[in-house]
Structure formats: C-alpha cells, structure tokens
Write a protein that binds this ligand. Structure first.
Ligand SMILES: [Zn+2]
Ligand SMILES: [Zn+2]
Length: 174
C-alpha cells in the first residue's frame, strides 16, 4: 500500500528518467535505475539510448497541454510498453500485488512497463493534474505535484525563488 498515492517508486522512476541528463552514460543510467529500485539495473550503451528515447516520450506526458492530450499520449505509451500484468508475492513474504512486467523481461521492457503504469496511476488517482513541468523559463525539470493543494508550479525552491526575486525587482522598477 502506498502512503502517498502520487509518489510511488514507479512514478518517481519516470520523473528520474525524464530529468536525466541526455548525455548520461550507461554506468550512471544503471545507478539511476538502481536508485529507483529497479532489479538488474545494469544497462549497456544501446539500452541506455533506448531508455533516453523512452524518456523523451514520457516527457510529453508531463508537458501535455491538457488532460485529453495527456491521456492520449499515455495510452499510446501503455500500448508500446506491452504491459503484462501478473500477481506477485515475492516468496510469500508480501501481500499479493500487481506487477506489470515479468521478472524475466529485459531491463528496458520492465522500465517501460513500470514508468508507463506509474504515471497512469498518478493520472487516475489525481484526476490528471498532478504531473507538471517547471514554470521557470529555461528549466525543463518535470515533477509529480505532491503538494496539498496540487498547484505546484516550480521544480524546486531555487527555481521558485529566482522567479520571486525577478518579479520583485520588476515591481520595484515599475
Ligand atoms: Zn513486487
Ligand atoms: Zn525548475
């Protein structure tokens, strides 16, 4: 059971991938995947390129102009990810839960399935508005809005502060 319905590991992995440096090398990509609890996270150059191409597609989900577009894009990605739901229990230790890919699938396939379903859960649990892209011009960082009122505009307090300071200066000049 997730305590925060918008902040699952799978959705966080999607955010991490989209925000990854496009020049990321395979060892760093492996670290990123490991950080978001991906099993068998080691990837080669070709797999890293596949994941970066996938990340570019995921970005469109965050940047979508409206909910219709967001859902269209995400539905296409769910199809492309070739989701295969199975119920898993991890040697009986945990309560049964859904997996969206097989443990035997390649790392790229599992990451595609996890990220697409992770974002789909956020969209469905939140009414669609909890995925965002930083509103500061020149910042392309995406995020999941876990704020109470769901009106977060910036990726970080640094970006928010830079806008605040710029606005303040503009007002003083005016
Ligand atoms: Zn599991
Ligand atoms: Zn930002």
């Amino acid at each position: 059971m997730h305590i925060n319905p918008y902040g699952s590991d799978k959705a966080s992995l999607a955010v991490g991938l989209v925000n990854a440096d496009p020049g990321i090398d395979p060892p760093a990509m492996g670290e990123l995947l490991r950080h978001y609890k991906t099993t068998r996270p080691t990837v080669d150059a070709e797999e890293t390129a596949d994941l970066l191409a996938w990340a570019a597609k995921l970005r469109v989900v965050f940047e979508a102009a409206d909910l219709d577009e967001r859902i269209d894009v995400l539905n296409r990605l769910l199809g492309e990810a070739a989701i295969q739901p199975t119920i898993a229990r991890h040697d009986g230790e945990m309560t049964p839960h859904l997996h969206y890919s097989l443990d035997t699938d390649s790392t790229v396939k599992r990451v595609k399935a996890r990220t697409a379903t992770g974002l789909a859960h956020v969209v469905c649990a939140s009414g669609g508005g909890r995925l965002g892209c930083c509103a500061r011009e020149g910042c392309t960082t995406v995020f999941i809005d876990t704020s109470r009122n769901g009106r977060r505009r910036f990726c970080s307090t640094q970006c928010a502060n830079r806008i605040y300071v710029a606005d303040h200066r503009a007002r003083r000049r005016a």
